[in-house]
Ligand binder design. Sequence first.
Ligand SMILES: Cc1cc2nc3c(=O)[nH]c(=O)nc-3n(C[C@H](O)[C@H](O)[C@H](O)COP(=O)(O)OP(=O)(O)OC[C@H]3O[C@@H](n4cnc5c(N)ncnc54)[C@H](O)[C@@H]3O)c2cc1C
Length: 139
Amino acid sequence: MEYYENLAEMYVGNDVSPDFYAWVFPKCDHVAVGTGTVCSKQNIKLYQQGIRKRVLPKIAGGKVIEVEAHPIPEHPRPVRVRGRVALVGDAAGYVTKCSGEGIYFAAKSGRMCGEAIVKASEGGQRMIGERIRTVAGSV
Ligand SMILES: Cc1cc2nc3c(=O)[nH]c(=O)nc-3n(C[C@H](O)[C@H](O)[C@H](O)COP(=O)(O)OP(=O)(O)OC[C@H]3O[C@@H](n4cnc5c(N)ncnc54)[C@H](O)[C@@H]3O)c2cc1C
């Protein structure tokens, strides 16, 4: 973590991904060492090994705390409100298909959802759930 405290890295090359980039991004108290691919998903483990190998000198001595792989959440989930739970951002599937960008939509949907909840609950005075509807849509 020390090395990457104020640093993010991107790597390209067939050893880390044939069609995307690999990265080392600092996150709170650890680093995310990752890669992505659309055209060669079956080889994702190879590319994960590839990026780990590339950055090995810089992360040596570190402990692997989690290994994960996910599809990009680019399809809005058919159900985004259930009971008193509302999904926003990646959890709701709000990543742009063409670019893989989701920061704006995560912030925007979080704000819209929060504002709608404040409005429908009359500033927290009234209990609300999925059956409440506002002008902006369902809460
Ligand atoms: C390598 C990479 C590059 C990207 N580049 C871009 C880019 O250039 N531009 C762009 O717009 N988007 C980019 N994205 C996508 C963008 O990062 C996401 O769309 C965005 O961060 C989604 O925000 P979010 O708040 O919905 O989810 P997240 O940022 O994933 O936040 C969810 C948070 O919830 C926490 N969490 C999970 N489970 C629990 C739990 N049980 N209890 C408490 N906390 C929990 C997680 O630790 C996390 O901090 C990129 C994604 C990746 C992986």
